[in-house]
Design a protein around this ligand. Structure first.
Ligand SMILES: [Mg+2]
Length: 411
């Protein structure tokens, strides 16, 4: 079933032009404050034609476009317009997502779900905004088989576009785009794609899910593979969050073995929290702060390591990732006396969004983890836990006797 994406063109500048007719058809830049050191957060199309973009400094905008009018942003006004447009759009096509103040994603009501009818509905929505909200509020509409491609279609013609990507137009219609035209491909990812020999959307489309997974460093790669084929529904990534703990070591645990053990215990707790939140992590950072005992001052020095991996909420996999970070700890750091340790899981996405993570062999482990979590919730957080040696066993010979981990509370 087609999905419709809508994006207002030069939204803040258009609202200003709507409110102040003397600004219409003129180069306009909207800035948070009226100062040359400020920058434009929106530009009207005549200003864009001179090279003014979102992020262009006000001084630079004046140089590029000498007759530009810089106006001070009125956020409350833009929110009021946003609400009016939202109501107008929603009446014609139910809004299912609001990715930003000037973007909407809609499903199509019964009777409007064929490609021809969907395109007609897109035209009606554009007309309704002009008629009911503001005569200069133009937007671009994209229609495709998932929200990702609808958004891509929306961006293909600006301003005032209406682009329909039918299944039979794919993938060729995408091949005239640059990599950076695709949502979610920013400068870093573009660099990684190019390093992997992918310079065009056509080559990107030909890449295997596994190849993309490696370049993305996770599930994002497979998701892109699905998106480009119009299959998976596009969900904007969960806002960046993290789950973590840090702990000042009691004197008897201020050793390498103690720090290592406490890190594992904190990780097990963090992993449990992750599962409770129905999230999986794609990255981990561990930190060890040490007393610099050779200094006269009681200073502390820190070491940290960070790694990325395939998204998981599995305590044992996470334990192995912790081990590989721990192996990076330099000899010099191992000679210091740890004072405080911390572990943070980041790049969190909702559990259901992993497409490939659980091999059938891991399923019993999922059940095991659920059981461990239930027991711990019922009887206290440390009733059951994994010996850290277990997580480390496959990777390297264990040099620390985990069986002697004192049963300390980690909170
Ligand atoms: Mg926009």
């Amino acid at each position: 079933m087609p999905v419709l994406a809508l994006d207002l063109n030069s939204f803040f500048a258009s609202v200003e032009q709507q409110e102040r007719p003397e600004l219409r058809d003129r180069p306009v830049g909207v800035a948070p404050v009226l100062a040359d050191t400020s920058c434009c957060i929106a530009a009207s199309y005549p200003a864009k034609a001179c090279g003014v973009k979102t992020g262009t400094g006000v001084a630079e905008a004046r140089r590029l476009c000498p007759d530009i009018v810089i106006v001070e942003a009125r956020p409350a006004l833009y929110v009021r317009y946003h609400e009016r447009i939202k109501a107008c759009v929603d009446r014609l096509a139910p809004i299912v997502a609001v990715p930003s103040i000037d973007e909407f994603t809609c499903e199509l009501p019964a009777g409007w779900q064929s490609w021809e009818r969907a395109a007609e509905l897109g035209r009606r929505i554009k007309r309704a905004i002009l008629d009911e909200v503001g005569t200069v509020l133009r937007c671009s509409v994209g229609i495709a088989s998932n929200a990702y491609l609808a958004k891509t279609a929306c961006d293909m013609r600006k301003p005032d576009g209406l682009t329909v990507l039918r299944p039979e137009d794919l993938p060729e219609a995408l091949f005239r785009l640059e990599l950076r035209d695709l949502c979610g491909i920013g400068p870093n990812l573009e660099r990684r794609l190019r390093a992997a020999g992918i310079h065009t959307v056509e080559r990107l489309y030909a890449a295997s899910p596994l190849e993309l997974r490696k370049i993305w460093g996770g599930i994002g790669g497979e998701r892109m593979y699905e998106y480009l084929r119009g299959r998976a529904d596009y969900e904007p990534p969960v806002e960046r969050r993290s789950v973590g703990h840090s702990h000042v070591l009691p004197p008897e645990l201020r050793s390498e073995a103690g720090a290592h053990a406490v890190l594992h215990r904190m990780l097990q707790k963090a992993a449990m929290r992750l599962r409770r939140l129905a999230l999986t992590a794609g990255g981990m950072q561990i930190t060890v702060r040490s007393l610099a005992e050779n200094r006269r001052a009681w200073g502390a020095c820190g070491w940290h390591a960070e790694g990325r991996f395939v998204h998981t909420d599995d305590t044992l996999s996470l334990g192995q990732h912790l081990e590989s970070l721990w192996q990076r700890r330099p000899q010099a750091a191992r000679k210091t006396r740890p004072l405080q340790v911390g572990v943070v899981l980041f790049d969190l996405i909702e559990t259901g969004h992993q497409t490939l993570p659980l091999f059938p062999a891991d399923r019993p482990r999922t059940r095991l983890l659920e059981t461990v979590d239930r027991v711990n919730l019922r009887f206290g957080k440390n009733t059951l836990y994994f010996g850290a040696a277990h997580a480390a066993r496959d990777r390297s010979p264990t040099r620390i006797a985990f069986t002697r981990i004192p049963d300390i509370a980690v909170e």
